[in-house]
Design a binder for this molecule. Structure first.
Ligand SMILES: NC(=O)c1ccc[n+]([C@@H]2O[C@H](COP(=O)([O-])OP(=O)(O)OC[C@H]3O[C@@H](n4cnc5c(N)ncnc54)[C@H](OP(=O)(O)O)[C@@H]3O)[C@@H](O)[C@H]2O)c1
Length: 388
């Protein structure tokens, strides 16, 4: 048996995926790659596959199959395409799986990895937002391990005393505030996708960058934190910390507040999850506190950023509300990136979809998928009307 940890990367061509590939490539003594999965960016995927030599490379988009097949001809790497093949890749016996597909599209493969008891590095927060309760029950049932990769949740995980859960008063998620932290609603009404994806501290994929600008990202993280750490909504605070150095905090009954700090570089939380329970090197800029000089904090503004109010309401409502919020947000962000609606319309589309789609309890993953589709159809109709 190989002593090296077998790794599968779901979403290897994205921002998180490429950072994960970089860390794995630096330690061939520790890791070997089982499968790489992307949606359609064949050039990047084929290049990664030639370097890392996985057993399998998969594209979700079936029209990209022949290009991938051709690009990997003669390498001995198996090639597949389609949504079912993505799930098959997650089912291969890798010890460790990076779940870094963006959006609810990552739910089925992440669940497949959970159901075979894998250690899962979870970047794909939308999975927990739309199916948190069911997903956590599956984690428990199959003895899987979820290691948060979101920097905030990784920070909390590192300072959270799981043996004294009742001694924790609250968790505090930090937020950078995004590119429009100090901007008025009038300003935000006219911003372009280019302005919205230009995050001041982090380099990320387009969807999460827009989510950071609207602060829906923090709303999604609130719901994610609720499920990961079993904390009620009223025990999760959000504080804006524009320097993005304190990644989150845990407050205990004795008044102690523990935090994890680091440069705003995703390779730190990815390395933490990859190496867990040990630590591995990450080539990130080291913190120079004297050079930073000052940390600042502000309360989030729920008037300028209604996403936070909507996420809290969805979490309190329970049932299908968070799945509807997530699906509507995915649709609205895609429409904004496609220049079909304005930036402020994103929260409006989400709010109206939450009001319009009938609330229900979620008894199974199929229920989640049905509700996700309903919300997408409802949001699409609102977007169409907005555009006309
Ligand atoms: N980026 C960050 O710093 C960061 C931080 C914390 C959490 N996260 C979370 O991590 C996840 C990924 O974010 P990202 O910024 O890395 O996104 P990204 O750069 O847009 O990458 C998304 C990845 O998912 C793949 N993908 C998209 N749809 C797919 C489908 N239907 N089936 C299979 N693969 C699919 C993409 O493939 P193609 O390249 O072929 O399109 C790409 O590999 C998100 O949930 C995000 O919220 C990201």
């Amino acid at each position: 048996m190989s002593a090296r940890r077998g790794v599968t990367i779901l979403g290897s061509t994205g921002s998180i995926g490429c950072n994960t590939v970089e860390l794995i490539e630096a330690r061939p003594d520790l890791y070997r790659v089982e499968a790489l999965v992307a949606n359609s960016r064949v050039d990047i995927l084929a290049d990664q596959a030639r370097r890392l030599k996985p057993r399998l490379a998969v594209v979700a988009d079936e029209t990209a199959y022949s290009a991938l097949k051709e690009a990997l001809a003669g390498t001995g790497i198996e090639v597949a395409a389609g949504a079912a093949a993505v799930v098959d890749a997650a089912e291969l016996p890798a010890d460790w799986v990076m779940a870094s597909i963006v959006g609810a599209a990552g739910l089925a493969p992440t669940l497949a990895a959970v159901r075979r008891g894998a250690v899962v590095g979870l970047a794909n927060k939308e999975c927990l937002v739309c199916a948190g309760q069911l997903m956590m029950a599956e984690v428990e049932k199959h003895g899987a391990t979820l290691l948060p990769v979101d920097s905030e949740h990784s920070a909390i995980f590192q300072v959270f005393d799981f043996d004294q859960h009742d001694r924790i008063e609250k968790i505090i998620l930090t937020a950078s505030g995004g590119p429009f932290r100090t901007k008025s609603r009038e300003f935000m009404a006219d911003v372009t996708p280019e302005q919205a994806v230009a995050h001041p501290n982090w380099s990320m994929g387009a969807k999460i960058s827009v989510d950071s600008a609207s602060m829906f990202n923090k709303g999604l993280e609130l719901i994610e934190a609720h499920h990961l750490f079993d904390m009620p909504e009223d025990k999760i605070d959000i504080v804006v910390h524009p320097q993005s150095v304190i990644h989150s905090l845990v407050s205990y009954v004795d008044g102690s507040v523990l935090a994890q700090l680091g440069s705003p570089d995703m390779r730190t939380p990815i390395a933490y999850a990859l190496g867990w329970p040990k630590r591995i090197d990450a080539p990130v800029p080291r913190l120079d506190l004297a050079a930073i000089g000052t940390f600042t904090f502000e309360a989030p503004d729920e008037i300028r950023f209604p996403s936070l109010r909507l996420a809290r309401a969805a979490l309190r409502a329970g049932g299908s509300a968070a799945a509807v919020l997530n699906a509507a947000n995915e649709m609205a962000v895609a429409a904004f990136l496609g220049r079909r609606i304005g930036f402020l319309d994103i929260a409006q589309v989400v709010e109206r979809t939450l009001e319009g789609v009938e609330h229900c309890e979620l008894g199974s993953i199929d229920d989640v998928l049905v509700q996700d589709q309903r919300a997408r159809a409802f949001a699409a109709a609102i977007i169409d009307r907005q555009v006309r």
